[in-house]
Design a protein around this ligand. Structure first.
Ligand code: ADP
Ligand code: MG
Length: 324
């Protein structure tokens, strides 16, 4: 079956800057990552800071060039297609970044900011473009009167609405959301998340939703992938991931979510040690240096992602015997 988005063995290696080593060393920011996303789905990617989430989403839509691997979008291979083909595809895929302040040009008005993608991609009249600008502003809950204001005149939540409007003005089919609420005050996070949920339904969007916060992905996503040091260690439907957590790293992440109800107690598994350096990730399973179940095998051979239960994939030697 064809999936709407399919990522196969995607890699992004950055050459290490310091010449401390004789052999050339690489930061394997994204290391052999494969997954698919179906149309209309919200696919979450969760993991600690530095594990490669932003690099994954930027390489997928080719804001940065991948080192290797394939990305299929609606059946078309885009990881290495020509510039012209990519220009056409670009309109169908958009990204919403974490920090709306850093990504909005402070010298542009709301009108210019939201209209910019149309100026690049559309040959409609100015009047038609402005009609679309107003339409999208009302859809994301921005008052028409804001049209001539500048980014600094807005709150964080409103700036993120401007970003969302700009990402949606070309009517994309696929939107990568890279920690879109992480920089926002807790009080406005829910509003922006709800807006994104509504927009998905209204516009039939497919989302890749990135966060370091499991409670955020749980709220929004249908399926979740857990990333650790450039690799995906587990993928499952949301409820399956929480009810039948397989990977020891996912278990640690889930056990550290605070429970709002003081009567419910959960054993917290403390993650020992630091995240290993991505310049020199441990051999075998990247997580073995912090894993309470690690055996010798885990330090030697890399466990590949395998489907252990229907639609539930895990990369862990603990489940090896179930393979036969
Ligand atoms: P996340 O979004 O999960 O926090 P990133 O994708 O930003 O992680 O980064 C993954 C790893 O790649 C980090 O170790 C980071 O330092 C490294 N990295 C990211 N961008 C670059 C770059 N342009 N050059 C070199 N290393 C980079
Ligand atoms: Mg990031």
């Amino acid at each position: 079956m064809d999936h709407f988005v399919e990522v196969k063995n995607l890699k992004k290696y950055y050459p290490a800057k310091k010449k401390l080593f004789k052999e050339r060393q690489f930061v394997k920011a994204v290391d052999d990552v494969s997954f698919f996303i179906d149309k209309g789905e919200t696919f979450g990617v969760v993991g600690e800071s530095g594990c490669g989430k932003s690099t994954l989403c930027k390489t997928m839509i080719r804001l940065i060039e991948p080192s290797d691997g394939k990305v299929f979008f609606d059946g078309k291979e885009i990881a290495f297609c020509s510039k012209e083909e990519m220009r056409l595809m670009r309109q169908k895929m958009q990204i919403v970044f974490q920090d709306p302040y850093a990504s909005l040009n402070p010298r542009m008005t709301v009108r210019e900011l939201i209209k910019a993608p149309l100026d690049v991609f559309s040959d409609e009249s100015e009047e038609q473009k402005m009609e679309k600008v107003y339409e999208i502003m009302s859809l994301v809950g921005l008052n028409k009167e804001f049209i001539n204001k500048y980014p600094h005149e807005f709150s964080g939540g409103q700036r993120q609405r401007i970003m969302i409007a700009r990402a949606l003005i070309l009517k994309p089919e696929f939107v990568c959301c890279d920690e879109p609420v992480s920089a926002l005050d807790v009080s406005v996070r829910a509003q922006v998340l709800n807006l994104m949920k509504e927009l998905q339904q209204t516009l039939g969007l497919t989302y890749l939703f990135i966060s370091h916060d499991l409670s955020v992905v749980r709220y929004l996503c249908d399926r979740i992938a857990v990333m650790y040091l450039g690799r995906i260690v587990e993928i499952a439907d949301k409820d399956e991931l929480y009810d039948n957590t397989l990977h020891p790293y996912t278990q640690c992440l889930i056990s550290s979510i605070p429970i709002p109800d003081p009567d419910v107690k959960r054993d917290r598994i403390i993650l020992e040690g630091d995240v290993p350096s991505p310049y020199n990730p441990p051999a075998g399973c990247h997580f073995h240096t912090r894993c309470r179940f690690a055996t010798e095998k885990c330090s030697k051979s890399y466990p590949h992602l395998r489907e252990i239960a229907p639609r539930h994939f895990v990369a862990c030697h603990l489940y090896d015997e179930k393979e036969e």
